[in-house]
Design a binder for this molecule. Sequence first.
Ligand SMILES: Cc1ncc(COP(=O)(O)O)c(C=O)c1O
Length: 421
Amino acid sequence: MTFSSRSVQAAGQPVSELMAEALAHPELISLAAGFVDQETLPVEITARAQQAAFANQDAARASLQYSNPQGLNELRDALLRQSCQWDDSGIPDQVSNENVVTTPGSNQLLYMLANILLDPGDIIICGSPTYFIFIGIVKNVGGETYGVAIDQHGMIPESLDDALSMLKKRGDLARVKAIYLVPYFDNPAGSTLTKERAGEIHEIANRYSEHNKIYVVTDEAYRLLDFNQTAQPSLWAGDRNLNHTIVVGTFSKSYSPGIRVGWGILPPELITPVNDVKGNIDFGSPNINQYIMYEVLRNGWLQEHVSKLCDHYQQKQNAMLDALDEHMSTIDHCSWWNPGGGMYVWLTLPEIIDSAFDKPLYQATKQAGAMYVPGHYCFPKQGEPVQHNTIRLSFGQQTPAKIAEGVKCLAMAVNSVLSIA
Ligand SMILES: Cc1ncc(COP(=O)(O)O)c(C=O)c1O
């Protein structure tokens, strides 16, 4: 059987490998899965919101019908208001709900954007490391990801400038179509971009837009999971007319992944291409779920939920950081930072350790009773070298006690691998 080259390019997804590993070992403490906490899923709020959406027969029937492929108008208005709360100036004149599209989770929008922006061989610049599913999406359409160094404060503008300058010298600048950022409490590294760096990245994107526009994609999946609740402004605060910024959002982490409601806020020239592709895929995201999320927003139930969620996750994050301090701080060349939000801690181990599935550390960690995501999955194939000595730890799913136990298992495994290295 011969399938298309796109199908071949989709093969070898880490997510299948990771899922298979998790399913094969239910007895292990998984610090791997990026699942949200089961206990905090908003059952009562969702029941209330559905009742509100079904308040009368007409509204109920409307929610059960096909609707505007671009998404529910009232929800798109609410999403726009929520996204541009940066100061008193409100929604910019040039932007309206016409710029907003709803999608069944943000992954669909990322996939559509890759299809719209990339021809085979085109490049998207990403953090090194970055959200590994996005690396697969780009590969699926024949594009390439190019990794730029990050630290605790997000992508490093000087490294971005160096990378673009090198790609220009190499004659590949016209192939660069976008810079992909996860600017808040990112997956996998838990880094958050500073306002200063965001401004520099906008400037660099503009400066190198010589052949075509280089878009800045801001994937805001973890924006609301800010344990200090400081209401992070969206990155498009630095590009209010949406000249080159594409906002990608989702309720998966702040509310429920099962509700499958995500959204995009798009520069004007991208609205038609996104609607065209969406028209081919599903001509509209699940309508009833959009009505439910509209009620959740309209009644202020999202803020209520998010503030509880942040308290809850902060306890789990603290359990992980305390356990790392207790068990790993005595091991030379181990490092991590406090993400202050999101669901992940990024751990760097001594360089002689390789964290891959088929290497001694992973096997020893499993024997001790825990599992993690090997960091190498999160590195683009070009640009900054892959750091095989890294690990993504998730504190989303386990209880604080299990998190502490899991980290202890990992530290035992690191010590045992180092003792025979
Ligand atoms: C950075 C990032 N973006 C996007 C997504 C996709 O989320 P969804 O499709 O559930 O909205 C995830 C999910 O883990 C993520 O971590």
